[in-house]
Design a binder for this molecule. Structure first.
Ligand code: UAG
Ligand code: ATP
Length: 530
């Protein structure tokens, strides 16, 4: 695998588009997006080689999309786009206000640039004709893990695969670290066209609720979409759980997907199946579930992992195993398997691939990643209440052992979840060490206080004996956790998973929980996994 060296986002952008583009006339692009030409260069029709809504990553020959953002208007930055090589602009009427009379590139106008973006990108990159088969996973938790598993199964089946999600965009041995879970439509169509050009035939990708809200996955058709679960998160964007649900539900319509597999172990999943407008199979971890098409049965735990059988009510069966800890990984593994089946693979062939290659045991960076066995020391990405509770329940200390958790809450994101996360930690751990996550532009101390207050309230009102500490910076908190640990304890460092830097007031501070935890364990004389 070639990990593309960290470069500027503009340098990396080159790898997220097809090579040797012939170009599409600007008029043709405008027609596809319903954009109306305006301005003095009315007749100029440059060949468009690419598209971007971020002026900093524009490449020579691009059409630049000047969007109206929540904070700024993209058209304000059109000079940067032109100096980077933009040859045309599509914006809205508000965007025109930022342009001088003698503006130097052709312009077209649409009512909503974000909505038009996917159509522009599709027209430029030809993804309506050349696009791999797409598998989409949505839900609050489990998207990354499930997409890694889908890719591993497809690889075991001999497919040429791609992956798009929180950790990376990768195909053909090349890995580009991700900025967003689901890229903007402009980048998404570009990277899919590149993958098609490289003869990638199947792509597993994460679809966040932000991406559905912002139309990032418009003008794509997912062969199979999967739903994991819905629990509290992202209320800063959605306001209510109902809006969050309705946003996710958009994915399960003919506009976006041809078929679906839905976990029905939460009420939102059950609702999704009731409302399904596309062929949908339901799945439950409960072997006695009355309505689910597929159920997880014959579950056996082996070491940290699990073996189980997936049974359809018509009698079909698949025998599977995953080495990943936690019942939630049984759910992820079951969903991944059934999504690939729904994609059209013959059951017998799928069974052979599962048996031969063990794809559901694929390592997912920073997801229940075991750093040491004694004490059990795990780094995980849990950053909301449900995931934190489940992750804590999955790290099993020895008989006399205690659970020690280190975590914080993110700044400038859903603030309502902070006290809840504190309370959940107090209930599911014996020692809670509240620290910093990504404070972004917020002061870290009040964030820690809000989390710790939630924990303290649960301790007081529920008569818990949990010990509570507030320690920063994060590396010190990890070291403190290890200093308290004995061999039969379990330590969970949650919230940052695979991430290698922390955003503190706009500065990237180098920090990798896996490295910090391993160093602290070694410092205190414990043995770590290689
Ligand atoms: C909340 C959110 O999603 N915001 C997105 C939104 O930002 P915005 O509307 O505030 O845009 P803006 O900052 O006003 O900028 C408008 C335009 O001006 C340009 N600009 C702006 C300022 C500047 O100095 N220079 C400049 O060129 C921008 O490139 C953009 O073209 O539009 C921007 C451009 O499309 C996105 O980059 C930005 O994502 C930000 C970076 C982000 O962090 N998004 C996260 C929350 C997100 O989408 N996360 C989900 C996963 C969530 C999860 O499951 O955990 C994801 O799919 O990644
Ligand atoms: N099916 C699941 N149900 C509940 N929690 C889960 C599930 N799968 C994973 N988790 C927990 O959620 C964390 C994040 O998992 P993962 O990265 O796979 O989800 P995600 O949906 O991609 O998250 P994000 O969108 O925040 O990147 C894991 O580290 C684990 O603690």
């Amino acid at each position: 695998m070639v990990v593309q060296k960290p470069g500027t986002p503009r340098e990396l952008e080159r790898y997220l588009r097809p090579e040797n583009m012939a170009g599409v006339g600007f008029d043709q692009v405008c027609a596809a997006a319903g954009a109306v030409r305006t301005g003095t260069l009315f007749n100029a029709t440059p060949q468009i080689l690419g598209v971007s809504m971020n002026p900093q990553i524009v490449q020579p020959g691009d059409v630049f999309l000047g969007i109206c953002g929540a904070k700024r208007h993209g058209a304000e930055f059109v000079d940067t786009a032109i100096s980077n090589g933009a040859v045309a602009l599509i914006t809205d009427t508000a965007g025109l206000e930022f342009l001088p009379d003698d503006f130097s590139i052709p312009v077209a106008v649409v009512a909503d640039v974000r909505k038009a973006a996917a159509k522009v990108a599709q027209a430029v990159y030809g993804t309506n004709e050349h696009c791999p088969q797409l598998f989409a996973v949505t839900g609050t938790n489990g998207k990354t893990t499930t997409t890694f598993m889908i890719r591993a199964i497809l690889e075991a089946l001999g497919e040429e695969t791609g992956l798009i999600g929180t950790i990376e965009m990768s195909a053909r041995g090349q890995i580009i670290p991700s900025v967003l879970t689901t890229p903007e439509s402009t980048q998404l169509h570009g990277v899919l066209a590149r993958m098609a050009q490289q003869s990638v035939n199947s792509v597993a990708m994460e679809v966040s609720s932000h991406s559905l809200s912002y139309g990032r996955v418009d003008a794509l058709n997912f062969a199979v979409s999967g739903y994991t679960n819905l629990t509290q998160d992202h209320l800063d964007l959605h306001g209510t759980m109902e809006d969050y649900y309705q946003t996710k539900a958009q994915l399960f319509t003919p506009e976006h997907s041809s078929a679906a597999v839905v976990m029905v172990d939460d009420p939102y999943g059950a609702r999704l199946v009731d409302q399904a407008q596309i062929p949908t199979e339901s799945l439950s971890l409960d072997e006695n579930h009355k309505h689910a098409d597929w159920r997880v049965t014959e579950l056996e735990h082996s070491g940290l992992g699990h073996r189980f059988t997936l049974k359809h009510r018509d009698g079909r069966q698949l025998h599977t195993r995953t080495a990943l800890p936690g019942m939630f990984n049984v759910a992820n593994a079951a969903l991944a398997t059934l999504m690939v089946l729904a994609g059209g693979v013959e059951l017998q062939r799928l069974q052979q691939a599962l048996d031969a290659k063990d794809p559901l045991s694929v390592a997912v960076p920073g997801r229940m990643q075991v750093v040491a066995e004694s004490p059990v020391a795990v780094v995980d990405f849990a950053h909301n209440s449900d995931a934190l509770a489940k992750a804590l329940d999955s790290v099993r200390p020895g008989a006399q052992g205690r659970r020690i958790v280190v975590f914080g809450a993110t700044g400038e994101r859903d603030k309502t979840k902070r006290p809840d996360m504190g309370a959940v930690a107090a209930r599911h751990a014996d020692i809670v060490i509240v620290t910093d996550d990504d404070p972004h532009g917020e002061a870290p101390e009040p964030i820690r206080e809000q989390v710790a207050t939630g924990a303290q309230q649960a301790i007081d009102s529920e008569g818990l004996t949990t010990e509570l500490y507030n320690v920063a910076p994060r590396a010190k908190a990890v070291e403190f956790a290890v200093s308290l640990a004995q061999e039969h304890d379990a330590i969970l460092v949650a919230g940052r998973g695979h991430e290698v830097s922390q955003d503190v007031a706009g500065m990237d501070v180098e920090l990798d929980d896996r490295v910090e935890l391993a160093n602290a364990l070694n410092l205190h004389g414990f043995v770590t996994n290689s």
